[in-house]
Design a protein around this ligand. Structure first.
Ligand code: URA
Length: 434
């Protein structure tokens, strides 16, 4: 088999066989196919799409490109969670310790920021000392000992996804249903969970900009999950404006700590509770979603969730004094504040534009080798639907480069739109597909 023939076939909109997909994944993972040929094939997939059968074969080949963990020895149902990506999405930082604090084990492999979206690993690494790169043995031991571990994809789990994910980012091939479905499901299958809850984000700051596409993506992921014997549920959530108030790595960690201490922004709370309620259900710990939400809120009130977060950070080498006293986090050198120029209602805060601004400040990567700056970002003071008066504070920008102050202010002033007419608060949970 030759890669050039496989590229030609996809370029000409033909369906690839299981053997051709497996050949590409195995050879690329081993370094036997060059990046330029893999890039050509990925671009052809991006442009011409894949059938459901091809997407399933791709996901399974990627899942089995490395080790597939067997967590059955933990003797408990392992439920995993993943998001298709968003801006201000710190849900994993909050939800996973929260669910773990209810006795449901969490073994989570997360990604880094991709395009304008943030990544959980970059956020965890904003906590001094936190090790995201640990051995598989330690990963499993952590789950056994304290009921939770959150790591990066540095282990030999779905190595094909690791390579393809970085490649897609560098050739602008991220927003593709077969590529997203196979990327997410390969990681989830390889990391050993029996049940999976997926947060499928929809809107301006998501890779799926409308419900129709989000439903197609959801159905493909559910199908792949079922074929691999992993029950999968997709929750469609709104990502038109950033989730919560903070965007940027340290700033999001601080918002997550505050959430676990009971300060819960409305939209973030709805997403955490909805996903959490389904995770409890899939773990076999309660079918009544409303009761599950109450359990989650109780674990916030009695600090069990916060304590579990501290335990997680400590266990992975992180300095918990930063969690206990978030004032310790390094501050950005400059702070710029944006004020409202008129009375009215916030009508739009385009999450993609905020994500791009946050990248411009240094919170995300333009190239995969770029170092990110954990201290920079944006904290909103208002959300869509809020009433504002002239001179009200709209947002704060945290940045380290003086020469970026003026441009950042100008961009954010344009992003936060205000209308004279009242604007309804947008719906957060858009659909659930089981
Ligand atoms: N998250 C992933 O893990 N992969 C994608 O392709 C997009 C979001």
């Amino acid at each position: 088999m030759r890669i050039i023939d496989i590229i030609e076939k996809k370029r000409d909109k033909k369906e690839l066989s299981k053997q051709e997909i497996e050949f590409f994944i195995n050879a690329y993972t081993k370094g036997e196919i060059q990046d330029y040929q893999a890039a050509a094939l990925i671009m052809a997939i991006y442009l011409n799409g894949m059938t459901e059968q091809e997407t399933t074969n791709l996901a399974l080949a990627m899942a089995y490109s490395g080790e597939v963990l067997d967590l059955s020895k933990l003797n408990k149902t392992i439920v995993d969670k993943h998001s298709t990506g968003g801006v201000g999405d710190k849900v994993s930082l909050i939800l996973l310790p929260l669910v773990s604090s209810l006795g449901i084990p969490i073994a989570k492999m997360s990604g880094r920021g991709l395009g304008f979206t943030g990544g959980t690993i970059d956020k965890l690494e904003a906590i001094p000392g936190y090790k995201t790169n640990i051995t598989i043995n330690n990963f499993i031991k952590n789950v056994e000992n304290i009921g939770i571990s959150m790591i990066s994809q540095t282990l030999n789990l779905a190595p094909a996804d690791k390579k393809i994910y970085a490649l897609r980012d560098s050739i602008s091939c991220v927003e593709s249903i077969p590529l997203i479905a196979s990327s997410i499901m390969s990681k989830k299958i390889a990391s050993g969970a029996q049940k999976i809850v997926l947060d499928v984000t929809v809107g301006k700051g998501a890779f799926m900009d409308n419900i129709k596409k989000a439903k197609i993506l959801s159905n493909e992921m559910i199908k792949i999950g079922n074929l691999a014997n992993r029950q999968t549920i997709c929750i469609l959530t709104n990502m038109d404006e950033p989730l919560g108030y903070a965007i940027g790595n340290t700033l999001e960690v601080i918002e997550a700590i505050n959430f676990l201490k009971g300060k819960m922004p409305k939209d973030l709370k709805e997403v955490v509770l909805e996903l959490g309620a389904y995770m409890i259900k899939l773990a076999g710990k309660g079918n009544d979603l409303e009761k599950n939400k109450k359990k989650l809120l109780e674990a916030i009130e009695n600090q069990k969730a916060y304590n579990k977060f501290i335990e997680l950070v400590k266990n992975q080498g992180g300095d918990i004094t930063y969690i206990e006293n978030p004032n310790k986090f390094t501050k950005s050198k400059f702070i710029e504040k944006i004020y409202s120029k008129k009375n009215g209602y916030i009508s739009s805060i385009d999450a993609k534009k905020v994500g791009n601004l946050s990248m411009f400040l240094g919170a995300g990567r333009n190239k995969k080798e770029d170092r990110i700056n954990p201290n920079v970002g944006i904290v909103l003071n208002k959300k869509v639907g809020d009433k504002v008066n002239k001179d009200d504070l709209l947002a704060i920008i945290y940045l380290d480069e003086k020469e970026k102050c003026e441009e950042s202010k100008k961009r954010l002033e344009e992003i936060i739109q205000i209308s004279e007419e009242q604007v309804p608060v947008p719906k957060t949970i858009l659909d659930v597909i089981e």
